[in-house]
Design a protein around this ligand. Structure first.
Ligand code: FES
Length: 196
C-alpha cells in the first residue's frame, strides 16, 4: 500500500502512448547559450601555438610594409663634393700632406716650384694607397704597388703614375680642387695641374 502514490505520479508524468506508425516526438533543444562558458577549454600548447602564429603573421606583415616603404623611398647618395677648397697655400709645407686622404681621397704635395694634388687611386685596380712618410713613398695595400713622393710608380703591378687633379686659386686666395678633371703623367705640365 505505501507504493500506490508514487506509481500514480509516474503514470501521470509518463508520455501518452504513441499511436502505431507515428514518429517519435522530438525532444525540444535547450536554448543556445552564448558567451565563453561553452567554448572548449583550450590547452596551453594550443594557446601558445596560436600566439606564435599571430606573432609570425604580424612580423611578416610588418616586414612586408617595411619593404614597401623602402621600395618607394627616394634613394639619395650622399657623396662628398668633387670640387672643394683645401685651405690656403701657406697651410702646406714641403712634401706630401695626407690630411684630406680620408675625406676627399687626395694628397696635397708641395715642392720647391709648385703645389699639386694627387688623386689617391692606385692605377693598378683602383685601391687607395697609403702615404708612408718613413719610407717616403705611397704603398698600395692591395697588391703592393709603390709610388714615389710625386706619385710615380716604381714597384709592383701599377702600370703608370697616379693622376693629378685640377687645382687653382680662388679669388679669396684659397686652393680649390676639382677631382673630376684629371691629368695623367704626360699632362702634368698643364697650368691647371698645379699652382706655381
Ligand atoms: S690596386 Fe694597387 S696594387 Fe693592385
Amino acid at each position: 500500500m505505501p507504493d500506490a502514490p508514487s506509481a500514480d505520479v509516474a503514470a501521470r508524468s509518463a508520455p501518452p502512448p504513441r499511436p502505431p506508425g507515428a514518429a517519435a516526438a522530438r525532444r525540444p533543444r535547450p536554448p543556445r547559450q552564448r558567451g565563453t562558458d561553452l567554448e572548449p577549454v583550450r590547452s596551453k600548447t594550443h594557446i601558445r601555438r596560436r600566439t606564435l602564429t599571430w606573432i609570425g603573421l604580424n612580423s611578416m606583415g610588418a616586414a612586408a610594409v617595411l619593404a614597401l616603404v623602402r621600395f618607394f623611398w627616394p634613394r639619395a647618395l650622399f657623396e662628398p663634393p668633387t670640387t672643394f677648397s683645401v685651405g690656403y697655400p701657406g697651410d702646406y709645407g714641403f712634401g706630401v700632406d695626407s690630411r684630406w686622404q680620408a675625406k676627399y681621397g687626395i694628397w696635397v704635395c708641395r715642392d720647391a716650384e709648385k703645389l699639386y694634388v694627387i688623386l689617391a687611386v692606385c692605377t693598378h685596380l683602383g685601391c687607395t694607397p697609403d702615404w708612408l712618410s718613413s719610407a717616403n713613398k705611397f704603398k698600395c695595400p692591395c697588391h703592393g704597388s709603390g709610388y714615389d713622393s710625386e706619385g710615380v710608380n716604381f714597384e709592383g703591378p701599377a702600370p703608370r703614375p697616379m693622376d693629378r687633379c685640377k687645382v687653382w686659386l680662388a679669388p679669396d686666395g684659397q686652393l680649390m680642387v676639382d677631382k673630376l678633371v684629371l691629368f695623367s703623367h704626360d699632362k702634368w705640365d698643364d697650368p691647371d695641374a698645379y699652382v706655381a
